[in-house]
Design a protein around this ligand. Structure first.
Ligand code: SF4
Length: 295
């Protein structure tokens, strides 16, 4: 173990402690996509919770993208096995009755981007998996760069109501799983270096639906600003946290149960059920015994 590795583990421990992300003895579901960030997070949390590894469980989502997710799931499985950590995989097909490939077959008819569309189901799948393994907290691998990029993008989209989702310990009162981001104070390049030093594999295939658009422009801009003004991303993180604290609870206030699935919604029909209804018009969705969104 090098000094650098120790510093990453220690920074993560401090972030978890500072924001009271994880209570003693609490069962933690780590969202592991199989990319370098989430594999690194699994490794760091396994080290932090070394004496009680059964407190940590890896949850992975198979969206159903041919030729893409298989490699990442293999990496996730291999690392979970190596660390002696339980791994659970849930799929869109099993939960919602369709794969992402099937749902996006009619994509030119939709108005939202593939990732925004996919993200709605991904969040629900992760929540369902976390509840299934009796975890009360989900840890995701968003790093400092992801965090400030998302903050900026929400502002640029005029989507201030969603700023609350960036709260370090975001939860919705009507759903019993908090979301925490133990890497939120660690730069992307530090996570990449940790992954490299620890032999964490880098996925060779990108999702064919990935379209970064505005995010890659925001990333380039922030990298340029950081090069010219070292520390500016960190200042933006602090400013963001201050702003976000005003939205974190406000965003929950009007939450009402979805009339179709009972999960939280802002207007009586949650986004998952809304999108499933839209997909139904185009795709022959299988009825699933584990349907996680209104049958
Ligand atoms: Fe879904 Fe976008 Fe990730 Fe592909 S890149 S799996 S579409 S969120």
């Amino acid at each position: 173990m090098t000094c650098f590795n120790d510093s990453i583990v220690e920074k993560t421990r401090r972030t978890v402690s500072k924001y009271r992300m994880i209570a003693p003895g609490e069962r933690i579901a780590v969202a592991v996509s199989g990319g370098k960030d989430s594999l690194s997070l699994l490794k760091v949390l396994a080290e932090l919770y070394l004496p009680r590894r059964n407190q940590v469980v890896a949850i992975s989502v198979d969206e159903g993208v041919a030729g893409y997710r298989d490699e990442a799931l293999q990496y996730a499985r291999a690392l979970a096995d190596e660390l002696g950590i339980e791994q659970v995989v849930v799929s869109y097909k099993e939960l919602f009755g369709f794969s992402l490939d099937e749902a996006l077959d009619w994509k030119e008819e939709r108005t939202v981007s593939s990732c925004s569309f996919c993200g709605v189901f991904r969040r629900r799948a992760i929540d369902e998996a976390a509840v299934g393994v009796k975890a009360s907290v989900v840890a995701t691998a968003h790093n400092l760069d992801d965090y400030v990029q998302t903050f900026m993008m929400n502002l640029m989209h005029g989507d201030v109501a969603r700023l609350g989702w960036l709260d370090p310990t975001y939860f919705d009162d009507s759903f019993p799983v908090r979301r925490v981001k133990p890497f939120m104070e660690i730069y992307e390049e530090e996570v990449a270096l940790y992954a490299y030093q620890n032999g964490v594999p880098f996925q060779s295939v990108s999702c064919p639906y990935m379209h970064e658009g505005l995010r890659s422009e925001v990333r380039d801009y922030l990298n340029m600003m950081e090069a010219n003004h070292p520390g500016i991303k960190n200042v933006l993180l602090r400013s963001g946290l201050d702003v976000i604290s005003h939205y974190a609870r406000a965003s929950d206030k009007d939450s009402v149960p979805c009339s179709s699935c009972g999960k939280p919604s802002s207007n009586g029909l949650c986004n998952v059920c809304k999108m499933k209804a839209e997909i139904r018009e185009h795709v022959n969705i299988q009825r699933s015994p584990r349907s996680a969104g209104g049958g």
